[in-house]
Design a protein. Structure first.
Length: 202
């Protein structure tokens, strides 16, 4: 492989030893497409469409500013983690009418990153409830900070969302590659620990 090809992010590095599927979930407008786009080393696949008048009264635009596009199928991206693990990222649309897609997208996933917007925390309860239909799938919560978001202590958020102590909660800013990558790394480490524990018990 020549030097030009070796720096082409369309190709996986030769150091990669394991591929992992990660599902990114969250309510409508919490930043899933933005997060995947900020970390993906390839041109992300996005199925965003312009929001039409047909969504009026169906999609709650409260707190999402001037949102004009929405995901209608999935987002897809890829990031090489620590040179040995490649993460394939699947972002699912957040509207309730698309929730039937979630279980299919979750098939074969190592874990789920749940993106939360504290300005609309009630939407996170519905997402976490849906995870009950994906039993045994490890997840972590990433709190996406918007310019007008209020800061909340992790302990306060954990209590508000009724999260078990073992579920990681991490702050991020979806457009920021560093914090978004940190959230994905936290989830991956957590999910692999859970998997290792389960395999040790079997």
């Amino acid at each position: 492989m020549d030097s030009a090809t070796s720096t082409d992010h369309r190709y996986l590095p030769e150091t990669v030893q394991r591929s992992v599927k990660i599902l990114v979930l969250g309510g409508f407008g919490v930043g899933k497409t933005t997060l995947i786009g900020s970390v993906s080393e390839i041109e992300p696949l996005s199925t965003e469409e312009v929001m039409s008048d047909a969504s009026t009264g169906v999609d709650d635009l409260t707190g999402v500013g001037r949102k004009t596009h929405t995901t209608v199928a999935l987002d897809f991206g890829r990031i090489t983690l620590r040179r040995r693990i490649v993460l394939y990222l699947y972002g699912a649309p957040g509207q309730r009418r698309f929730w039937d897609l979630w279980e299919g997208l979750a098939e074969g996933a190592l874990g789920v990153l749940v993106l939360v917007d504290t300005r609309r925390l009630e939407g996170a309860f519905d997402v976490l409830d849906q995870l009950e239909h994906m039993p045994g799938l490890p997840f972590a919560v990433a709190v996406n900070h918007f310019p007008d978001s209020r800061a909340h202590p992790v302990a306060e958020l954990r209590e508000a969302l009724d999260l078990p102590a073992h579920v990681p909660v991490i702050d991020c800013v979806a457009p920021d590659r560093v914090t978004s990558l940190a959230a994905l790394t936290t989830l991956t480490d957590h999910a692999m620990r859970v998997l290792a524990t389960r395999e040790g018990r079997s």
